[in-house]
Design a binder for this molecule. Structure first.
Ligand SMILES: [Zn+2]
Length: 338
């Protein structure tokens, strides 16, 4: 009897761990977030604050409480499974959330609501951690709704540092002129938009394949970059393959061609949408051998290696993005399977 009572008390303490705070004169939301060691964004979403700058004295705020992983998850959350287990800068994880009953589930990570797919009481998400995300503790915020009832879960995770190097690229005056910020920004925005659409059907299975046969890598993904010895202004968003002009380029996985055109910075470019917010991009091609809207299968020829756009020689710049965020292609060739 004593044992059963103890279990009951422990369970209640997990469920009711969410505390409240009454706003005092002179408080700011960021100061409250710091005091409770929670993220500003979690405080805003949990309390559904339309304008975080407008706090009223006496207002009650719910304080997110990070779940204690040594206890069972509070109802209606049954489990969270991560594949792979560790969260690393520039990599993705497949997250499966299981609930007791099916209902609406929303997942926020690093300030973004991520779309997912539902199969009964299982929900799958692709968790994307950007290269420039700072390493250290953060959390996932999950909300479920059933009728009028809302349940929130703040789940702790720790972002590990990726092993990325730093490099400087010297550009001549002529090529530097192509780096006008408006051109760079426009092309990055175009890639971001083209790769940010989410369709719930997955068009690939298994692993992704190399876009070039017998690959020889010239520059890895994620290297932190500066130009002409300036400050770090970004990172290498793709993986570079050595190749002579004319070397065949293959689709890394099945999907739909959502871009096939000539850009100033990236030259002749092809983008394939694989579903679930995942896309692959192939740049600096000498020739595009596919069309916008075409359905391609894994391994199909979509172009040839070239030196178009801002380059110092022929090579293939290859990217994989998830919801617009560039991620490590090596993970897709080797680690991830579906
Ligand atoms: Zn590159």
């Amino acid at each position: 009897m004593v044992f059963r009572l103890l279990v009951f008390v422990l369970f209640i303490s997990v469920v009711s761990a969410q505390s409240t705070y009454q706003v005092k004169a002179g408080d700011s939301l960021s100061a409250i977030a710091r005091a409770y060691q929670v993220s500003l964004n979690d405080l805003i979403t949990l309390n559904e604050l339309a304008n975080p700058d407008l706090l009223e004295v006496g207002q009650l705020l719910l304080i997110p409480s990070i779940v204690d992983l040594s206890s069972p998850l509070p109802s209606p959350f049954l489990s969270l499974e991560f594949e792979p287990k560790t969260t690393v800068q520039g990599e993705i994880q497949i997250l499966t959330v299981t609930l007791e009953t099916d209902g609406a589930l929303e997942l926020s990570y690093l300030g973004n609501v991520l779309p997912g797919i539902q199969k009964g009481t299982d929900y799958q998400f692709l968790l994307v951690t950007p290269v420039l995300q700072s390493a250290g503790p953060t959390n996932l915020h999950l909300s479920t709704y059933s009728g009028e009832n809302k349940a929130d879960l703040f789940y702790p995770i720790t972002v590990q540092e990726g092993s990325y190097e730093r490099e400087n690229i010297n550009l001549s005056g002529e090529t530097s002129s192509l780096l006008a910020p408006e051109i760079v920004n426009r092309e990055h925005a175009l890639l971001n938009t083209t790769c940010s659409s989410f369709s719930p059907s997955r068009k690939w299975s298994g692993s992704f394949q190399y876009p070039i046969e017998n690959p020889d890598f010239s520059s890895p993904f994620g290297t932190l970059r500066s130009y002409n010895n300036g400050p770090v202004s970004g990172y290498h968003r793709g993986l570079d393959f050595r190749g002579q002009t004319g070397t065949l380029v293959h689709a890394t996985a099945s999907g739909t061609v959502t871009l096939a055109e000539t850009l100033e910075l990236y030259g002749n470019t092809v983008i394939i949408d694989h579903g679930l917010g995942v896309c692959s991009a192939y740049m600096h091609l000498s020739e595009i051998d596919t069309d916008l809207g075409q359905e391609v299968t894994q391994g199909e020829i979509i172009g040839k290696v070239g030196a178009t756009g801002l380059v110092t020689g022929p090579h293939l710049h290859f990217e994989i993005r998830v919801m617009g965020v560039p991620v490590s292609p090596q993970q897709w060739f080797h680690e991830l399977r579906w």
